[in-house]
Design a protein around this ligand. Structure first.
Ligand code: UDP
Length: 455
């Protein structure tokens, strides 16, 4: 039923009913609801009667074309005692040549390849045909969050996961109790674990992930995963190339100022991430703190015409809030346009990021003066942003000063020095560490004397 008049997707189901059924369902949905031609490749196995029956009925429905790939012999590749998960991974790796030749034998050019979790390595075949690749995880967002976080856990967790005393922390998500970890994590020496780590590194290389849940089921975990996606985008940028723009938890700019900033960023030709907040009526302030002061328009209405189309891959706009600390600590970030709230100031310094100091309210003008005049890690507009509009050319110049101009190297060196000095002061025996220890000791002594007096 492939007419050639519709877009065509290719799906690959790995072995096992739990993988085959969701892929068939997804294929059917793409065909019936979204008018795609769908080809599903399945891997021939000593399929059970139930599996044959499911395949047979899917073929009879005739919604998707189902093509069985020739069986692969893995007898020399994996021990027969290996975990089922390991065996599936090995089969899906061995199937790559067959998948490649099946795709090249198609009479049409597929719009995308969709694989399931175990097919993540075979997904790379899509690159040979220059087509997008998607992973369909027939499971939930928490599992996905754990899975893509495995390379980090692998570095920081000592010993077996199941022997840990504390739950395993995953950014933005519910922690995972050691006794609840997924099967491949039970024995870190086993091939099953190595396959899982490999899988967790393959998944983020795809163009998109499909999950078998809905928004309201796991909203927090999905939010955390989307943050991860943003950081994944950052990973693709050259080091110290991205300007992060944010005016704290409450800073807003006037519409006129937002337009100038947009132009300035564009003229600078640097990559950027801008945490965008609805403009305020005043020049620049913290009016976001006062409910209802921001105009609730769509983002497009804040910017010069065509800006959103022109920025393409160069600029990323995020509405209202972004994971600032993670962004600033990312190696791709090379500058920060900041309102100089003290938290943001410290976050810039401790991550070694040069600043364009754009104070708006509170003690921020003093912080900006400290950063530029005393520490030499920032540049600042000539006029106060709270009193006028900073023009696009000046913005462009400031961005160039902290990124590509000669002066940028000096600023970077100074802020890197401060980064190391901050890290030193915070580590055991450092000045900040000792200062807080002193306070803690005093409090302890006082508490002890109160105990003695009370008894
Ligand atoms: N912050 C964030 N994401 C945002 C904006 C702000 O995580 O999109 C955090 C930022 O990392 C900092 C705090 O909110 O820790 C803002 O504090 P700061 O003193 O810089 O400014 P304020 O919001 O108090 O003006």
């Amino acid at each position: 039923n492939n007419t050639g008049s519709k877009p065509h997707v290719v799906l690959l189901a790995s072995i096992g009913m739990g993988h085959l059924i969701p892929i068939l369902e997804l294929g059917k949905r793409l065909s019936t609801h979204h008018n795609f031609d769908v080809t599903i490749f399945v891997v021939a196995s000593q399929s059970s009667a139930a599996e044959s029956q499911i395949l047979h009925s899917a073929m009879t429905e005739n919604l998707c074309e189902i093509v069985e790939l020739p069986p692969v012999n893995i007898s020399g590749l994996v021990s027969p005692d290996a975990a089922v998960g390991t065996q599936i991974c090995v089969i899906m790796r061995a199937i790559k040549p067959a998948l490649r030749s099946a795709i090249s034998g198609l009479s049409f050019r597929p719009a995308a390849l969709i694989v399931d979790l175990f097919g993540s390595e075979a997904m790379m075949v899509a690159d040979d045909f220059d087509m997008p690749k998607y992973v369909y995880i027939p499971s939930n967002a928490w599992f996905l969050a754990l899975t893509i976080y495995i390379p980090t856990l692998d570095k920081v967790v000592q010993g077996e996961y199941v022997d840990q005393k504390e739950p395993l922390k995953i950014p933005g998500c519910k922690a995972v109790r050691p006794e609840d970890v997924v099967d491949p994590m039970v024995d870190r020496a086993d091939q099953h674990y190595l396959e899982y780590v490999r899988m967790s590194m393959d998944i983020p290389k795809c163009d998109g992930i499909l999950l078998n849940i809905w928004e309201d089921l796991q909203p927090k975990t999905l939010e955390a995963l989307r943050d991860e996606e943003l950081l994944g985008q950052l990973c693709k940028q050259p080091s110290e190339s991205v300007i992060y723009v944010s005016f704290g938890s409450g800073g807003t700019l006037s519409l006129e100022q937002m337009v100038e900033l947009a132009w300035g960023l564009e003229l600078s030709q640097q990559r950027f991430i801008w945490v965008v907040r609805a403009p305020s009526r005043k020049t620049g302030d913290g009016s976001y703190f006062t409910a209802g002061s921001g105009e609730a328009n769509s983002m497009a209405s804040y910017f010069p015409e065509g800006f959103l189309d022109r920025i393409g891959e160069v600029g990323l706009l995020i509405q209202d809030w972004a994971p600032q600390v993670e962004i600033l600590s990312h190696p791709s970030v090379g500058g920060f346009i900041s309102h100089c709230g003290w938290n943001s100031t410290l976050e810039a310094i401790t991550n070694g990021v040069p600043v364009i100091a754009w104070p708006l309210y509170a003690e921020q003008r003093m912080n900006a003066a400290l950063l530029t005049e005393e520490l030499g890690v920032a540049v600042r507009p000539n006029i106060l942003a709270s009193e006028g509009v900073v023009g696009r050319t000046e913005i462009e110049m400031m961005i160039r000063t902290i990124t590509v101009d000669k002066e940028a190297t000096h600023i970077r060196n100074r802020v890197k020095k401060l980064k190391y000095s901050a890290a030193k002061s915070l580590s055991e025996g450092g000045s900040s560490y000792n200062a807080l220890s002193l306070v803690a000791k005093k409090l302890e002594l006082r508490w002890k004397s109160m105990e003695v007096n009370a008894s």
